[in-house]
Structure formats: structure tokens, C-alpha cells
Design a protein around this ligand. Structure first.
Ligand SMILES: Nc1nc2c(ncn2[C@@H]2O[C@H](COP(=O)(O)OP(=O)(O)O)[C@@H](O)[C@H]2O)c(=O)[nH]1
Ligand SMILES: [Mg+2]
Length: 266
């Protein structure tokens, strides 16, 4: 994949002792928020990697001199590709774990230590915004619920917030897990990896994080509920159909959901 402008590399694995952690922040036209997000992340991880996804608003200039690794896509490739670029760089540099967070301030970096505390070589740690469901706009909440149902079915594992991008991955996971449709749409990768990781024997654990919406955003979300949910549901439906409807996955996920007692939005 062609990339341009691989910037200064700061931080090395193990700098803070214990397992080494790199933060990967995909950024597409986030000049308004990126410097603050980076500033709040830097001290909590061994290295911060910003992937500028072909921004035209000077996003990259805002992090120059802050001591982060920067990678720039020559053109916009979508969130999924941006994550893959950053995670690959972290893995090649020898980091144990990658924490992914958005550049728009929706994921409070102060929660990184809690997420990392739950990290394990065979586990994906998912930030879960269910405790603050009310903060999520209704249309987005409905799209998330639909995605949770289908993705948990295909994974055979109940997940209460499959659409949160605030996560910790073992750095080598993306090399071990086969993703077929990840490039179809920017946001599909984060759904597909949950399904394929569970099928490959990984587990998923949830850590509560706050849901921040209007208060921090300086621009509207790029997420298009209809288009992006349709792309995700299409990817999941294809898998479920080709796996003979995978009834055992549906049963297992729903049994876990009942046991956990999903808090519902009134
Ligand atoms: N939507 C979108 N986000 C991108 C892209 N490339 C990188 N990103 C980053 O992915 C993160 C999530 O995007 P956002 O639009 O906030 O999605 P939302 O929070 O799910 O509504 C942000 O940090 C974006 O800057 C892209 O092509 N499209
Ligand atoms: Mg956002």
C-alpha cells in the first residue's frame, strides 16, 4: 500500500515497563481536535501513532513536534484501512498491544489505563458505552443495537457495544485473523474483526467507557447510519448464511446476553 510522509518515530516498546502499548489514532480532517487528543494520550502509552487518512485540513501539521509517529495515506482510504496501517506499524515495531481511539475526542484517553489493564494476548478489549446509553442519539442507538444483535450472532459471543472503536487489540491479531470484506467500507473492519477473532479462538471483554457525543464534536460524524449499517449487516448476513445460519452462535450469544442482563434504554 502506498503511504507518504512517515514522520518521526518516538517511543519504543517497554518504555513504561510491563507489556508495551502503542496508541493508534486514525484521523481524517481532524485539525480541530487531534492535538488535544494526542496530548492527553502521550503519557499513557509507549508510542502514539497518528494515521492521517488523506486529510486536506492540515491535520498532520497539528501534531508536528509533539513526539508522535505519523503516517499519511496519499489519499483517503477509510477508517478500516487507517487502523490497519497503524496497527501494522505498531506490530512491526514490536509492541505487544495496540489501543485504538478516535481523533475527534469521543474516546477519552484517560480511560486507556482501564482498557489496557484488561488486555490479554487472546482477548480483544472493547470499550462499551452501555452505561451512558442515553447520551447516544436515537438513530445511532438503534443502528448500534441492530449491529450488536447480528455481530454477536455471527461471533457466537454476546457483545454489548460492537460499534465502539475504543479498543485494545493484541498487536499480532490482524495477522492471524482472516478478514475478507474489511475493505468494503471503512467501518466494516471493526465489526468483521470481532467475528473472525471469536472464530479464531480469541475472546472479547467489555470495559465501560463514557459515550461522548455533541459536547466534544467540532464536526458532524462521518458515520452514515443507513449506508454503514447496511454494509455491516451485509457482511454479517453473508457469513451467517454461508455458515448454515449458525444457530449455535445465535443461541450462545443470546444466552450470554440474558445472563449478563443487558441494561435497556427506556
Ligand atoms: N469517517 C471516517 N473516519 C475516518 C476516515 N479515516 C479515518 N477516520 C477516523 O475514524 C474515526 C471515527 O470517525 P467518525 O466519523 O468520528 O465516526 P463515528 O465516531 O463512529 O461517528 C475518526 O478519528 C476519524 O478521523 C474516513 O475515511 N472516514
Ligand atoms: Mg466520532
Amino acid at each position: 500500500m502506498k503511504q507518504t510522509g512517515v514522520g518521526s518515530i518516538e517511543g519504543r516498546p517497554g518504555r513504561l515497563g510491563g507489556p508495551s502499548v502503542a496508541a493508534v489514532i486514525p484521523a481524517f480532517n481532524e485539525a480541530g481536535t487531534i492535538a488535544e487528543v494526542v496530548g492527553r494520550t502521550l503519557g499513557l502509552v509507549d508510542r502514539t501513532i497518528v494515521v492521517d487518512d488523506g486529510s486536506s485540513d492540515g491535520t498532520l501539521a497539528r501534531v508536528e513536534g509533539l513526539g508522535v509517529q505519523t503516517i499519511r495515506h496519499d489519499r483517503n482510504r477509510g477508517k478500516g484501512e487507517s487502523l490497519l496501517t497503524g496497527i501494522r506499524a505498531a506490530e512491526e515495531a514490536g509492541f505487544d498491544y495496540v489501543v485504538t481511539l478516535d481523533a475527534d475526542g469521543q474516546h477519552p484517553p484517560e480511560c486507556i489505563p482501564q482498557l489496557v489493564a484488561a488486555a490479554d494476548p487472546r482477548v480483544i478489549v472493547l470499550g462499551s458505552r452501555t452505561a451512558s446509553d442515553d447520551a447516544i442519539p436515537l438513530v445511532r442507538y438503534s443502528a448500534n443495537q441492530t449491529a450488536n444483535f447480528f455481530i454477536s450472532w455471527a461471533a457466537g459471543h454476546w457483545m454489548s457495544d460492537t460499534q465502539c472503536g475504543f479498543r485494545v487489540y493484541p498487536a499480532g491479531l490482524f495477522r492471524q485473523v482472516r478478514l475478507r470484506r474489511a475493505r468494503a467500507s471503512g467501518f466494516v473492519l471493526e465489526s468483521e474483526v470481532l467475528i473472525e477473532a471469536c472464530r479464531a479462538g480469541y475472546s472479547v471483554t467489555a470495559v465501560p467507557v463514557p459515550a461522548l457525543y455533541d459536547s466534544v464534536l467540532q464536526r458532524p460524524s462521518h458515520f452514515r447510519p443507513l449506508r454503514d449499517t447496511t454494509a455491516t449487516v451485509g457482511m454479517v448476513t453473508w457469513k451467517i448464511l454461508t455458515w448454515g445460519l449458525f444457530p449455535q452462535g445465535l443461541l450462545r450469544a443470546q444466552r450470554q446476553r440474558l445472563m449478563i442482563g443487558q441494561p435497556g434504554r427506556p
